[in-house]
Ligand binder design. Structure first.
Ligand code: NAD
Ligand code: ZN
Length: 372
């Protein structure tokens, strides 16, 4: 596999699909997409920030390949992932007279990908869609694996469907216009793969993390390819999260509680919550005597070095309590028989899933973070 461009496959039988990772892929998007179309027609869904930089190049490439296209532009941000916006989006698709053979293309970050994928799964009982992720987070995580959905007032991503894309095109060039804060958020999910099962990748990130954040091509190519490979393997094994796929939720039981507590107005971004949540998961693992303290120390040092949050400082935590956060964890999807499921670790690269955790230990960990 070349270092500049690579193709991976998510192996799901007749629903298998390719992930292309490379710089400048948007220019070839039309040629890569055309063979997948039943009719030469696509509807692009994007947001206002992505529209400014990347809609033009994608449209140009589709036109050059003889694909008719129109576009729908959403408001940016997590608050778009709700019922009202979903309804509007489905309405616009129907107004555009989409047919079963019309391809949807999600051009944007995880928000655009999640809501577009979900709209695709329910409109006309199921349209096909393609992911063109433009954030680091979406390129390494949300565009791969077929989880789609929106948030509910009760919690993150509680309404949704499994609906696999037909293709994923991750153009590294799009990261050049991504704000620093969003690059760091994506980085949290990259780091997650190292912490789950790849200590060697974690060590590589310790040395190369800054180059990834600077959107340097070679470093991004390696980080995105390694991440997608890890995710593709897990998804192929356990598409519907009956077992191993739950490992990908490292840090997420904590993160979802933090996000629900903060509301979806942008006080905390998903990746930031994941960074804090992963530290909390390692904290809990250390507290339970499962994991050496120095592993947690390495993670903390690395996150701080890259400017990612490792605690709740800076958030308005008035009125928060460990009990409330635990209650929010109980609203998460990852609950078995009423007990939140945690991903803990025996060390860096050695994560495992358990629902056998005494919530008093979780409360002790959270209280440490909430101390003024
Ligand atoms: N489906 C899954 O498996 C899965 C996995 C992880 C995360 N998620 C979801 O993904 C979402 C977070 O995704 P995200 O971090 O990509 O957020 P996002 O889609 O909100 O994008 C972040 C910001 O960057 C802007 N942006 C996107 N691409 C840009 C570019 N190339 N240049 C300039 N600006 C750009 C967006 O407009 C937005 O303001 C959360 O809702 C999370 O729940 C889903
Ligand atoms: Zn995540």
């Amino acid at each position: 596999m070349s270092d500049e461009k690579s193709t991976l496959t998510v192996d799901l039988g007749d629903r298998s699909y390719d992930i292309h990772v490379g710089k400048g892929l948007l220019a070839n998007a039309g040629d890569l997409i055309r063979p997948l179309l039943a009719e030469p027609r696509a509807v692009i869904i994007t947001d206002q920030n992505v529209e400014k930089h990347w809609l033009g190049p994608l449209e140009k490439s589709l036109s050059a390949a003889g694909i008719n296209h129109e576009s729908i532009v959403l408001e940016p941000g997590e608050k778009t992932k709700n019922f009202e916006e979903l309804q509007k989006l489905c309405g616009k698709l129907l107004d555009a007279k989409v047919e079963r053979s019309t391809m949807l293309i999600a051009l944007g970050g995880g928000v655009v990908g999640d809501i577009t994928g979900f709209a695709a799964s329910i409109t006309l009982r199921g349209l096909e869609f393609i992911q063109v992720p433009t954030t680091l987070l979406a390129q390494v995580d949300s565009s791969v694996g077929g989880k789609t959905g929106i948030n509910a007032p009760q919690g993150k991503n509680l309404i949704g469907a499994f609906h696999q894309p037909r293709l994923v095109l991750a153009d590294i060039a799009t990261l050049e216009t991504l704000p620093d804060r969003d690059r760091r958020c994506g980085y949290a999910e990259v780091l997650k793969y190292g912490l789950i099962g790849d200590a060697e990748f974690f060590t590589w990130l310790e040395a190369n993390g800054k180059a990834v954040l600077a959107a340097e091509t070679k470093a991004c190519q390696h980080a995105i390819r390694t991440s997608c490979q890890a995710k593709a393997g897990i998804v192929a094994d356990d598409e519907r999260e009956k077992g191993r796929r739950a490992l990908l939720n490292l840090g997420h039981t904590f993160a979802h509680a933090l996000e629900a507590q903060c509301g979806y107005g942008g006080a905390i971004y998903h990746g930031e919550a994941v960074a804090i949540g992963m530290v909390m998961a390692f904290d809990l693992s250390v507290r339970l005597g499962l994991c050496p303290g120095q592993d947690k120390g390495r993670i903390l040092a690395h996150l701080k070095d890259l400017g990612l949050p490792v605690g709740v400082q800076g958030l308005n935590t008035q009125g928060w309590s460990a009990a409330k956060l635990i209650d929010l964890m109980g609203q998460d999807k990852k609950v078995r028989a009423g007990k939140p499921v945690f991903v803990l670790a025996r060390g860096i690269g050695q994560a495992f899933v358990t629902d056998d955790i005494d919530l008093d230990d979780v409360a002790d960990v959270l209280e440490e973070y909430l101390k003024p």
